[in-house]
Design a protein around this ligand. Structure first.
Ligand code: FAD
Length: 291
């Protein structure tokens, strides 16, 4: 099935994001997490695509294995970084051969320095929008794109960011997944801005439970905005006890997800960092009926 069909069926989508690990232990951890989360029967699972180098092939092999030896619907992330149009087409063909029908088209960042100057491959594409078109022209794929509650750091204004996002949807995106965020209003504002332009592409919130204080310190880097101060205060009150921080993180993520679902979000995409336990606990707090 495609993510589009699954969203159209009217059910809330629950999905999990993994990344290609670099070590054998990382690989074992990934497949352990996948097996544990498979039992929750997610709508789909996605695998990120590296900025460059060897782990890009690894993304392809993980989604191939997901397609062949699990009951899961895999979504392959895919970027334009350092690829010619010919290579991009070849990769899309590999996904098709593996039976992978779902691709998340993101432009990617320059390897090394994510905020460095973006340089298009001389025979490549410039924007995610172009990737969406390329994938669409290559066959029957369901295509997702990225959305940014606090605008993309390269966008001059919220207004231009919204316009480019809507262009990307009109180029043929079936749905979007957001950059992680920690406050429901920030997602709702993004959805309202996009809807005000007459675009109703489903936008799935990307959520990562806070399990340690360092996530709060890195919030701006991870989400594009400072951690909400009123939530930070709740964490600071228990900062001396790692187990309490983790428990509060699960509770806060579950509250956030519940608010988003109550406000009509089409589902939740969990960023797992290849670990199953925090995600499983949030999921369990959220939908006891499903588990
Ligand atoms: P684009 O949509 O191309 O936007 C890039 C910038 O260009 C924005 O400022 C946009 O407003 C502007 N822009 C777009 N179109 C135009 C136009 N026609 N004219 C002028 N300006 C325009 N990175 C990875 O390397 N691998 C991954 O697997 C990965 N997965 C991700 C998953 C999610 C859910 C998210 C939110 C991000 C992910 N990223 C990943 C990060 C992403 O690659 C970067 O954030 C990248 O800088 C932007 O990608 P984009 O697809 O939003 O780019």
């Amino acid at each position: 099935p495609t993510v589009k069909d699954l969203l159209a069926a009217g059910e809330r989508s629950f999905s999990f994001e993994f990344f290609p690990p670099k070590t054998d232990e990382g690989e074992r951890q990934l497949w352990r997490a996948i097996r544990e989360l498979e039992a929750l029967r997610p709508t789909f699972v996605s695998v990120t695509y590296g900025a460059g180098g060897g782990n890009r092939d690894h993304t392809v092999s993980i989604v191939e294995r997901l397609a062949h030896s699990t009951t899961l619907t895999p979504v392959a992330h895919f970027t334009a970084v350092n690829h010619s149009i010919r290579e991009l087409r070849h990769l899309v063909g590999r996904f098709a051969d593996a039976g992978v029908r779902n691709i998340l088209a993101v432009r990617g960042d320059p390897p090394g320095d994510p905020m460095g100057t973006w340089v298009r491959h001389p025979e490549g594409v410039e924007y995610a929008e172009d990737l969406v078109r390329l994938i669409r022209q290559s066959g029957e794929f369901c295509v997702g794109v990225a959305a940014f509650p606090y605008k993309h750091p390269r966008s001059a204004t919220i207004e231009s960011d919204t316009e480019q996002f809507v262009r990307k949807c009109r180029a043929g995106a079936d749905y979007a997944i957001t950059q992680m965020f920690f406050k429901a209003d920030d997602y709702l504002r993004l959805r309202d801005r996009v809807a005000a332009k007459g675009c109703y592409t489903p936008i799935i919130p990307g959520i990562m439970p806070v399990t340690q204080m360092s996530t709060i310190a890195r919030s701006e880097q991870l989400s594009g905005a400072p951690f909400p101060p009123e939530v930070a205060a709740r964490f600071e009150a228990v900062a001396h006890d790692p187990e309490s921080v983790r428990r509060l993180g699960i509770e806060h993520a579950a509250e956030l997800c519940q608010t988003l679902l109550d406000e009509g979000a089409p589902g939740i995409h969990f960023i797992t960092f290849n670990r199953s336990s925090a995600t499983r606990e949030v999921f369990q707090a959220l939908v006891p009926a499903i588990v």
